[in-house]
Ligand binder design. Structure first.
Ligand SMILES: O=C(CO)COP(=O)(O)O
Length: 249
């Protein structure tokens, strides 16, 4: 059975005091949920976030990491550094990393390998741009992102993978893929994995949708059979909104 997951990607938002305040609000307001709940604050606040969530089931995850073990990579963070502070899940391949930091499929495949080699869980993000969708090229783009990033993994690695389909045109724009568009793509992703790996792996991998998920549209998106939860940006920065989205699972 695949997990339901709601994760908040905080991006470059919230200083230390704001991080603690938001997490305190979240833990106070959280009620029982079927979903695994995760938050991804900025690196410098990961330890403080872990401490603030000590008695909570909310998991703290990282937004990115480097593929090298260690070395002369100024400004970068390794898997060991994350594991050393008790963070064992990492987002890899976010469209903002691809667009603003030059992260190619090749770099991302190396990051995925490096994280898996340390037994970390990987939340792998991918999704087409508006031009791809307009030219009806979105399935091909998604297939190639999956293939280049993930499809050469060992079958056993897949238990450590969570997928996050995030159409770039829906991120931070207020424009959401319709529940039908999300379902159509998620089903395509599952079919691609069935063909490339096997049906078991495809059925067991959680596929999250990301892109302008809000309290008023979460329930409809999450109701689709191949949508296993969401990766939330803006709405994860407001406690009541994030809680409503979690409860929509
Ligand atoms: O990029 C996202 C999550 O990683 C989605 O961001 P928004 O929810 O702000 O559109």
């Amino acid at each position: 059975m695949r997990s339901k997951i709601v994760a908040g990607n905080w991006k470059m938002n919230k200083n230390l005091a704001e991080t603690e305040a938001l997490l305190n609000q979240l833990s106070a307001k959280m009620t029982d949920t079927k979903a695994e709940v995760m938050v991804a604050p900025t690196y410098v606040n990961l330890t403080a976030a872990k401490n603030a969530l000590k008695s909570s089931s909310i998991q703290v995850i990282a937004q990115n990491m480097h593929f090298a073990e260690s070395g002369a990579y100024t400004g970068e963070i390794s898997a060991d550094m994350l594991l050393g502070i008790g963070v064992d899940t990492v987002i890899i391949g976010h469209s903002e990393r691809r667009a603003y930091f030059g992260e190619t499929d090749e770099i991302l495949a190396k990051k995925v390998k490096a994280a898996l080699a340390k037994n970390m869980r990987v939340m792998f993000c991918f999704g087409e741009e508006l031009a791809d969708r307009k030219s009806d090229n979105h399935f091909a783009v998604v297939e190639s992102q999956l293939k280049n990033g993930l499809l050469n993994l060992e079958t056993s690695d897949w238990s450590k993978i969570v997928l996050a389909y995030e159409p770039v045109w829906a991120i931070g724009t207020g424009e959401t893929a319709s529940p039908e568009q999300a379902q159509e793509m998620h089903a395509f992703i599952r079919k691609t994995i069935t063909n490339a790996v096997n049906a078991d792996v495809a059925n067991n991998v959680s596929i999250l949708y990301g892109g302008s998920v809000k309290p008023n549209n979460a329930e409809e998106i999450f109701s689709k059979p191949d949508v296993d939860g969401g990766l939330i940006g803006g709405a994860a920065l407001v406690a009541d909104d994030f809680i409503t989205i979690i409860n929509a699972i």
